[in-house]
Design a binder for this molecule. Structure first.
Ligand code: SF4
Length: 269
């Protein structure tokens, strides 16, 4: 039987497309995150419901990120099994970034659809991070809205993780302002993609405040990283603070900026 947590386990029918493990960079050279541990999972963990993916507008589909994404999918990077990953966590930097590409591992009972969160993995990861005093930056685009049969399972998984590690933020990546309102009403931390010319602060129809990512708003040329410069009122990188009290907005950028910005404006009317 296929073991989706074992990097050596490859389904002969679909090659290396399954989320077989986790790639870890102990100290990243990424200009945005700063010198912290980052992880990456295979593109098969990305849900097909993600509009950024559907429109080809995800940052991970272009530039250097795309090179890493493709190399990982081709098996050019080392992947750790889940057990190995949990052991390795003790060596991570205090602030670290979950899945700079890819998403949370898929539920082993539904390994191929990319939609359903592996609840046991998520709960164990956040619990361990909190017990180690770590500050992980976590986002997921796995669906929690009624676009997939997986949404109830995902909500349960995230709620269980929030209960297991209340100091850890698990951000629901929203595609629209309406989704921000819905996810916020459900009690989740949220981020949202904004058009490239959106203001630095806006309020949704439901009253949820959105503030633009300060790294993206910082003047070009000024060095600003999640790990070193971004601070919430509680002194944490904003995306890692479950008590920050607002949604983080990310301005769409890259090849599809114009097209995707137009779409966002239509969706958010
Ligand atoms: S809000 Fe802060 S932590 Fe989040 S992505 Fe921007 S710089 Fe990084």
């Amino acid at each position: 039987m296929l073991d989706t947590t074992d990097p050596a386990s490859v389904d002969p029918a679909i090659g290396n497309a399954l989320p077989a493990g986790i790639h870890v960079t102990m100290v990243s050279g990424n200009k945005k995150t700063g010198p912290i541990t980052t992880t990456r999972t295979q593109s098969g963990t990305c849900p097909s419901t993600c509009r950024l993916l559907q429109e080809g507008a995800c940052y991970d589909l272009g530039g250097r990120s795309r090179l890493h994404r493709d190399k990982l999918d081709r098996g050019a990077y080392h992947l750790w099994s889940h057990e190995q990953f949990f052991s390795l966590m003790a060596c991570f930097t205090r602030v670290w970034r979950w899945a700079s590409g890819g998403d949370l591992p898929n539920d082993p009972r539904h390994p191929c659809d990319g939609q359903t969160i592996d609840k046991a993995f998520l709960v164990r990861m956040v619990r361990k991070a909190q017990s180690l005093g770590q500050v992980p930056i976590i986002y997921t685009h796995k669906p929690i809205f009624n676009v997939s049969n997986a949404y109830e399972r995902n909500k349960r998984a995230i709620r269980a993780a929030m209960k297991a590690a209340p100091k850890v933020a698990i951000n629901i990546s929203c595609d629209t302002l309406a989704q921000v309102d819905r996810a916020s009403r459900m009690g989740f931390n949220t981020t949202v993609t904004l058009s490239s010319d959106a203001p630095s602060r806006l309020v949704t129809k439901g009253g949820q405040v959105i503030k633009g990512c300060p790294q993206q708003l910082s003047k070009s040329g000024r060095r600003f990283t999640c790990a070193e410069h971004c601070k919430s009122r509680n002194g944490l990188p904003i995306c890692a603070d479950p008590d920050r009290g607002y949604t983080v907005g990310f301005y769409t950028h890259g090849n599809k900026t114009k097209t995707y910005s137009k779409l966002l404006k239509i969706w958010n009317q």
